[in-house]
Design a protein around this ligand. Structure first.
Ligand SMILES: [Zn+2]
Length: 261
């Protein structure tokens, strides 16, 4: 079956076995699973043995306060599975979890996640892998600085939501941004996405994150593409094609859709 849809960011390890069966019934949809830590990564690697349309990224979610403790194990996991993964992720900088922290906790968390991001970017550079970033709002500029410092060429700012000037910096640097189904339920976010040019966009579900009470799944890529197409006066097929082409650029066509030999 030809691949038509790509979900560039989904927490596939968080679904139930029944949900997984339904998700992978559609063999025209390729799903890129992002790990949040070592166990989540292990589960993704196992699932990829079972489901041929699942691709794996390994990393540590930056909003996980104790995530840094898994650094060495995740590093070993990445090094041992270089031929089985398509990117390093989900990595990045925290924003949400800082809100509930005291000033000194914040400083500690920022310092640790800064170091952790630098560590993974170094690894991405030496392994020639793209990175999937969680760096929303003003943290994007700090992430951009680090990307430049480590000379990272391929990066995705997943579900980036921030200021239009920061968005322009990401685009100018040649990195991609993925648009989530929140587009369909959040007017402010939908208007923000109008600033993302076709050359820079991809689509994600970030499932099983819920949208207005509906559990996110990769199948939502289709409705997201339709909604985006309507906003831009385009055909939904065109958006799906752009998403596929940009995903191939981001992950590399060989690792995303390997040629059958
Ligand atoms: Zn995520």
């Amino acid at each position: 079956m030809t691949i038509k849809k790509v979900d560039v960011h989904c927490h596939v390890d968080q679904y139930s076995p029944n949900e997984l069966e339904t998700i992978f019934e559609d063999d025209s949809c390729l799903v890129v699973g992002a790990a949040t830590g070592v166990d989540s990564g292990e589960r993704l690697l196992q699932l990829a043995e079972q489901y041929q349309n699942l691709r794996v990224c390994l990393g540590i979610h930056p909003e996980k306060p104790e995530g840094y403790l898994e650094r060495d194990r995740v590093t070993a996991q990445i090094s041992a599975n270089l031929d089985r993964i398509v990117a390093i992720g989900e990595i990045g900088l925290p924003w949400y979890c800082l809100k509930e922290m005291t000033a000194s906790e914040k400083t500690d968390m920022r310092k640790r996640t800064d170091e952790l991001l630098g560590h993974f970017l170094k690894l991405a550079r030496t392994s020639d892998l793209p990175v999937i970033l969680h760096a929303i709002k003003e943290t994007a500029l700090f992430a951009l600085e680090q990307l430049k410092e480590h000379r990272i060429e391929r990066a995705l700012f997943h579900w980036f939501e921030g200021s239009p000037p920061d968005l322009r910096q990401i685009i100018k640097s040649g990195y991609f941004i993925s648009i989530s189904p929140d587009l369909m339920v959040n007017k402010a976010y939908a208007e923000f996405t109008d600033n993302i040019p076709l050359d820079s966009l991809t689509l994600e579900s970030d499932g099983p994150w819920e949208y207005d009470g509906t559990r996110g799944v990769p199948a939502m890529i289709e409705a997201t593409a339709a909604c985006l197409a309507k906003r831009r006066g385009l055909d939904p097929e065109e958006i799906l094609k752009v998403n596929l082409d940009n995903s191939l650029k981001l992950f590399g066509s060989e690792s995303l859709i390997p040629v059958k030999r």
